[in-house]
Design a protein around this ligand. Structure first.
Ligand code: DX5
Ligand code: ZN
Length: 233
């Protein structure tokens, strides 16, 4: 399953947080039909972030609907307690927030031991230097481009600078982690975001609030691809 990680970049990862749960299956199928190789699941605990979303049972449901790559974003305090549950539910990649981990090295190790790829996320107000020690061992860095907790927020403009800075660090240390961006991504900015260095673009509202989900995924992918300069090709 983890070879799907190798889908051609840039990747559009629709976030089901913005889907209509009355017809979640249909929404997911449409996103996948539009070419989304990943589905992004936002887990919120009402503690680390103000909102509560859903837990492992929902990830298991999504897994029963599709076999695409499941990208699970944990916006929860003390993520170590739940890694096994999300891995069992079908996650392929688990991302934890650096702000929630006292022992990030151990947490990443635990994710790997459960057979998943690793991601580390940073909030817009957290210095990128806080990630430095683990950049050599993560598969992905998630740069939050809104404050986590809600879908439908506005992309924070200074994220471009952070994206470029992170891409430069990656070059300097000759690492190959993916750079993912999450929050406020739409057709108005996908091209510039990919140009600044994003490999994986999470899109919630722009995909699932659209009247034509497959067309929106395709258009976002084309926009992102037109700005993307891959380090991998
Ligand atoms: C924010 C979540 C995002 C969110 C993105 O806390 O991590 O994944 O669902 O939603 P949009 O694309 O609507 O900003
Ligand atoms: Zn997310």
């Amino acid at each position: 399953m983890n070879e799907l990680y190798k889908s051609p970049l840039p990747i559009i990862a629709p976030s089901i947080l913005a889907a209509d749960f009355r017809h979640l299956e249909q929404d997911i199928r449409q996103a996948v039909d539009g070419g989304a190789p990943w589905i992004h699941c936002d887990i919120m605990d009402g503690h680390f972030v103000p909102n509560i979303s859903f837990g492992p049972a929902m990830v298991e449901t999504v897994r029963s609907i599709t076999d695409v790559f499941l990208d699970v974003h944990l916006m929860i305090s003390d993520p170590d307690r739940y890694i096994a549950d999300f891995a069992r539910a079908g996650a392929n990649l688990i991302t934890v927030h650096i702000e929630t981990c006292d022992h990030i090295h151990r947490t990443l190790q635990q994710i790997r031991e459960h057979g998943c790829l690793t991601g580390v996320a940073v909030n817009p107000g957290t210095a990128l230097s806080s990630l430095r020690a683990v950049l050599h061992e993560v598969d992905m860095v998630l740069l939050m481009t809104v404050n986590p907790g809600f879908g439908g927020q506005t992309f924070i403009e200074y994220s471009y600078e952070r994206l470029r800075a992170l891409r430069m660090v990656r070059e300097e240390i000759q690492s190959s982690f993916y750079i993912q961006v999450d929050g406020g991504i739409s057709r108005s900015n996908a091209r510039n975001i990919a140009d600044a260095g994003a490999d994986v673009l999470v899109a919630g509202s722009s995909v699932f609030k659209s009247s034509n989900i497959p067309a929106e995924v395709k258009a976002l992918r084309n926009d992102a691809a037109s700005g993307y300069r891959s380090m991998y090709v």
